[in-house]
Design a protein around this ligand. Structure first.
Ligand SMILES: [Zn+2]
Length: 198
């Protein structure tokens, strides 16, 4: 394998460890009065992730619209204004690039699946999210319908917020299988987000 594929695997492993910590904290039901939660990955106060897209020439039609939908999903679903869409550059914002490729060679292997639509890489420093990047398999995205594309992007944005997977099939953070109904933000994820960002 080329050297950078080892880097991707290493980053995937650190993401998995971070998400395990986030899941542990969620299971221990943090309350608002806990204030800043130790070990939880969250964006620093006042910072607003600003989403950008690269490689738009090979992006499937509707990806920008799907992204706008995904941003709005979290605004309405969890009352979080932690995202700014392209064109809404906030002061002190953190850039979250969305990178797409039609020749993505090696996806990080996890317990779940080795081939997937999207992957979010989070880097933390001292318990805070420091940077994030969302990777989209554009070849797969081209084969998806509009609803699954929107859902897939919203799912990855959930990871950008610091959320881990859950086992509730209609949840936006369910790990892989799409369901026919519109996805929801679970009550525990809402509680989590409010504890983190309210
Ligand atoms: Zn995921």
């Amino acid at each position: 394998m080329p050297w950078w594929s080892w880097l991707i695997l290493a980053l995937g492993a650190s993401l998995a460890a971070g998400l395990a910590i986030a899941a542990w904290i969620r299971d221990n039901k943090p309350g608002k009065d806990h204030g800043r939660l130790p070990g939880l990955m969250m964006w620093p106060p006042g910072s607003v992730p600003f989403l950008v897209m690269l490689d738009t020439d090979i992006s499937p039609n509707g990806l920008n619209e799907a992204l706008a939908w995904a941003v709005n999903f979290w605004r309405l679903g969890a009352h979080t204004s932690l995202f700014a869409a392209p064109g809404e550059v906030p002061e002190g914002g953190k850039t979250v690039p969305i990178m797409s490729s039609d020749k993505w060679p090696d996806w990080p292997t996890t317990e779940c699946c080795s081939k997937r639509f999207g992957y979010t890489n989070l880097i933390q420093r001292q318990g805070e999210l420091w940077s994030a990047a969302v990777y989209i398999d554009v070849a797969m995205a081209h084969t998806m319908n509009e609803r699954d594309l929107r859902r897939g992007l919203a799912h990855e944005l959930g990871h950008v917020l610091g959320l881990a997977h859950d086992e509730i099939e209609e949840s936006i953070m369910f790990r892989s299988v799409p369901v026919d109904a519109d996805p929801i933000v679970t009550e525990s994820d809402k509680t989590m987000l409010q504890a983190m960002y309210a």
